[in-house]
Design a binder for this molecule. Sequence first.
Ligand code: DIG
Ligand code: MN
Ligand code: MN
Length: 365
Amino acid sequence: MSDRYTPRPEHKFSFGLWTVGNRGRDPFGDAVRDPLPPVDAVALLAEVGAWGVNLHDNDLVPIGASLFERDRIVKEFIGACLRHGIVVPMATVNLFYDPVFRDGAFTSNDARVRAYALEKTMRAMDLGAELGAGIFVLWGGREGTETDACRRPDEAIKRLREGVNALCRYSIDRKYGFRFALEAKPNEPRGDIYMATTGAYLGFIPTLDHPEMVGVNPEVAHEHMAGLNVLHAVAQAWEAGKLFHVDLNDQVPGRYDQDFRFGSANVKSAFWLVKFLEDVGYDGPRHFDAHAYRTEDYDGVRDFARGCMRTYLILRERARQWNADAEIQALVAESGQRGRQGLGYERLDQLTMELLLGVRGEDAS
Ligand code: DIG
Ligand code: MN
Ligand code: MN
């Protein structure tokens, strides 16, 4: 059954292999779902109507794979993407799972680890380029501390800059044309992660050798973990020409990184974000970096993926209604021009709530 909230390729909805392939493991419980082979993940994404699939290097190629095995796996994956009409808009690198990165990758105190992180990322860039990705995300999940006795934070920033500068040079040398999207997170898995918010990265990018190649990948859950308004982070990135990618999901503030289905925790925040992206004409991927509840089987994973996309499209429709609502637009137009003390925001927000709650009929337009 298809309706106006059925996803289509032009909506540019993408999911990481690690999202629909998430097996439900958490710090207090083992996996509850069987592994989902990448080619089966591609088939599942095509079935639910997604446009793109993203991956870390080791989501596809096991860290110890031989070059022969790597090429076989990549060839099989490309075949699945072509068969199912799924593209690869973004690639990234896993610099957080292997124990070697336990004290960071680019910011590690061990120069050998920093060199390995660069080497591993360049190989991941080779893979991303081979798959046709135009965006390369860097999430520094292990770039941080439990105690600031381990290094001076300004030294960590210098090392991070060296790493990103080297990767920009590599993309230039290999003519990959990557746009790098830096993803912030305040903590978890480290006690504190350097570059805790999108704003921190926006301050870091101008200090790079090739700032024009580097933008940000704000994630809803990560800004909310920090108690921030994700729309403001996204808007600042957009206004600076640095919104290269976006990780959509949801999060109850003050909790661990929940990576919930988009819009499932804070509908109003999700509405303002969708409205902004659509109003400004953001043309990048709508990437859902989220996963299904641990209670679910793979039918539940399909429900999760469909729910992410459907909620986005419903909120996009609500945004169109908001923009066409005569009473709302009149209140917007007169705010600031009112002679009275009151600015009418209570009425404006109530009408927004009623629109979201579905009680402002078509006749209000
Ligand atoms: C976590 O939110 C991070 C990793 O999943 C990945 O490196 C990045 C890509 O969107 N998001
Ligand atoms: Mn997250
Ligand atoms: Mn993310």
